[in-house]
Design a protein around this ligand. Structure first.
Ligand code: ADP
Ligand code: MG
Length: 572
């Protein structure tokens, strides 16, 4: 074929393809523009997985009327002017490609008003050309509406996944930006329903709560940064999970470089190094980490989507991340293993209320016993337990048992969770889940988010014994359920499993489903157990492959050795 210069239409669509891969890419570019414009409130709305509509409303600086046309021209940007500027980029955008690229593959309208103007400007753009431009009253800030994404690029449209999957990418993206910008208030509306909201209070722990749930937010450890640290060294801030809080996949790791969300294998590796030997095989931490360093130290211009960066000095970054995380883990809440439990102290009358040392919650007990050296490995956690004799029940919550070497206090809920978790998992892998059929199907009404998750996880849920049928709109019929949920409210259990799944991301969540089912099926704290029931529970726990921890990694038992008892009573 003869060599010809591509027509502007074809060229712009090819270029757009690099920036706009899927609806979430549009959301990303618009969010970055809003953040670069100094917005403190950003409202995102999507319909039809972002294909029908994406709208981003911000209260940022707006665009002056004479620059509105320029914003839609390729390589038009207010953020860099010279090649020197490229060396020190501190804004999220800089390529001047996003708006023209989006406009090349959709219908765009924008209303914008800058601080110095009394009214705003409305523009309507189709196939990259301005169709309409007029004055319009509006608040200070910018609203960009993108409709019919990829209608003129059928090839791209064909490759999009289900609405639920595209919505999932968008939700995750908004969650990531809210973690990077806790001082900005984000709201995300998906098909008219609020799917996510952050307060903009500036408190990262609060955003963690919005993204991962309160329990996770409370447990996360703040990365302590040293006072007066060298400004030339990379700064590492954020939160990491204690070693007792883990997930089955790496999708709970967020890295930001100068608050730009990036994928970095190096940073992931540095983080995992810090947890080396502290987590069970196949478990991963939760982390939100921002690396800050002078813009000259990195190159963000690696790819049009800007989600990869190159560091001038990778080794420094690696060790900064690894050290900061390791220091945080060592300083706080190590896993209570047999050796880190506090020694019981002799009880005098005046001290009585501060003791008994071993009855405190294990996590708290462990906090009081700083870890001098990290535990040798995750081994003690996986070790089997000796044959135990049940003595009784304490506070309707703990089973007291005797073993060859002293006393064991077993958390009945955690222990039962472990037993059920392994049972459920084994049955699933043998493709023989124990199923409980329902005489009358139970109807469940789901939220949009729950519905998305149900659709994504449908196969996994059925492998565990859920028989679920779509009934219409957001109503579903449950015809069968995993037998572990016998006696539970099935609708509520299903909703709770879905909500639990909402805390994570995509990917294979089978382990999480098993953990959630085990948690629902397990006996609660506060429930009186007969001697028989306790014996059964302990027998089953003895046979578990990892009897010492519940599926979430918390301990199932505390051991008080004969030696500790003797020392405590002054017999030695
Ligand atoms: P870039 O962000 O790389 O500069 P874009 O195509 O995304 O390129 O945007 C072009 C220009 O339009 C920006 O440089 C900025 O001046 C202006 N702009 C875009 N969106 C907004 C917004 N939400 N608020 C203020 N200005 C904006
Ligand atoms: Mg931009």
């Amino acid at each position: 074929m003869q060599i010809k210069v591509l027509s502007p239409d074809v060229a712009s669509k090819i270029a757009a393809g690099e920036v706009v891969e899927r609806p979430a890419s549009v959301v990303k570019e618009l969010l970055e523009n809003s953040l670069d414009a100094g917005a403190t409130q950003i409202a995102i709305e999507v319909q039809g997985g972002g294909v029908r509509l994406i709208r981003v409303v911000d209260n940022g600086a707006g665009i002056p009327p004479e620059e509105v046309d320029l914003a839609f021209e390729r390589f038009a940007t207010s953020k860099v002017a010279t090649t020197d500027d490229l060396e020190g980029i501190s804004s999220l955008g800089f390529r001047g490609e996003a708006l023209p690229s989006i406009a090349a593959v959709s219908e765009v309208t924008m209303v914008t008003r800058s601080r110095d103007e009394l009214s705003g400007i409305f523009v309507n753009i189709k196939d990259g050309a301005i169709l309409e431009k007029a004055k319009r009253g509006c608040p200070i800030g910018t609203t960009v509406t993108v409709r019919n994404l990829f209608r003129n690029v059928p090839a791209r449209l064909k490759f999009l996944k289900s609405t639920a999957t595209e919505n999932g990418h968008i939700s995750n993206l908004v969650a990531q930006y809210s973690l990077a910008f806790p001082e900005v208030r984000f709201t995300l509306l998906i098909d008219g329903r609020t799917a996510f909201r952050s307060t903009g209070s500036g408190n990262l722990r609060e955003v963690l709560g919005a993204v991962y749930g309160l329990e996770v937010a409370r447990a996360m450890l703040l990365i302590e940064t040293k006072e007066g640290a060298d400004p030339l060294l990379p700064g590492v801030t954020g939160f990491v999970s204690p070693i007792t809080l883990t997930r089955a996949s790496r999708s709970y790791l967020s890295f930001f470089v100068n608050r730009r969300w990036v994928q970095s294998r190096m940073a992931t590796y540095a983080l995992e190094e810090a947890y080396q030997g502290l987590l069970m095989v196949g478990r991963h931490p939760i982390a939100v980490i921002n690396i800050s360093l002078p813009p000259q130290e990195l190159d963000v211009n690696v790819h049009p989507t800007k989600n990869e960066v190159r560091f001038r000095n990778e080794r420094d970054i690696f060790s900064a991340v690894q050290r900061a995380v390791r220091a945080t883990l060592t300083a706080q809440a190590p896993m209570p293993t047999l050796d880190t439990l506090p020694q019981p102290q002799p009880v005098s009358a005046s001290q009585a209320e501060h003791l008994p040392a071993f009855a405190a919650r294990p996590e708290e007990a462990a906090i009081r016993t700083p870890l001098a050296t990290p535990p040798q490995s995750a081994e003690p956690v996986a070790k089997s337990i000796p044959i135990l004799r049940v003595v009784g029940q304490l506070a309707n919550t703990y089973v007291i048992a005797e073993g060859p070497d002293g006393m064991y206090l077993i958390d009945q809920h955690a222990a039962h969770e472990r037993v059920l978790f392994e049972k459920i998992r084994n049955e699933r892998s043998r493709r023989a889940p124990e199923v409980q059929g329902l005489l009358e199907p139970v109807t469940v009404e789901l939220t949009v988010r729950q519905q998305e998750l149900l659709e994504i996880q449908a196969e996994a849920l059925s492998e565990y014994g859920f028989g679920i049928e779509h009934f219409g709109e957001r109503t579903y019929l449950v015809r069968s359920m995993p037998a572990v949920l016998r006696g539970q409210n099935v609708a509520q259990s299903l909703v709770e499993v879905l909500d639990f799944l909402a805390e994570g991301e995509k990917g294979d969540r089978r382990e999480d489903i098993a953990a959630s089912l085990a948690c629902h099926g397990a006996v609660r704290a506060g429930q009186a157990l007969s001697h028989e029931e306790m014996r059964d529970l302990i027998r089953q726990l003895e046979q578990a492959s990892q009897p010492r921890t519940c599926p979430h990694g918390r301990p199932t038992m505390i051991h008080l050795s004969s030696l500790q008892l003797e020392k405590g009573f002054g017999r030695r």
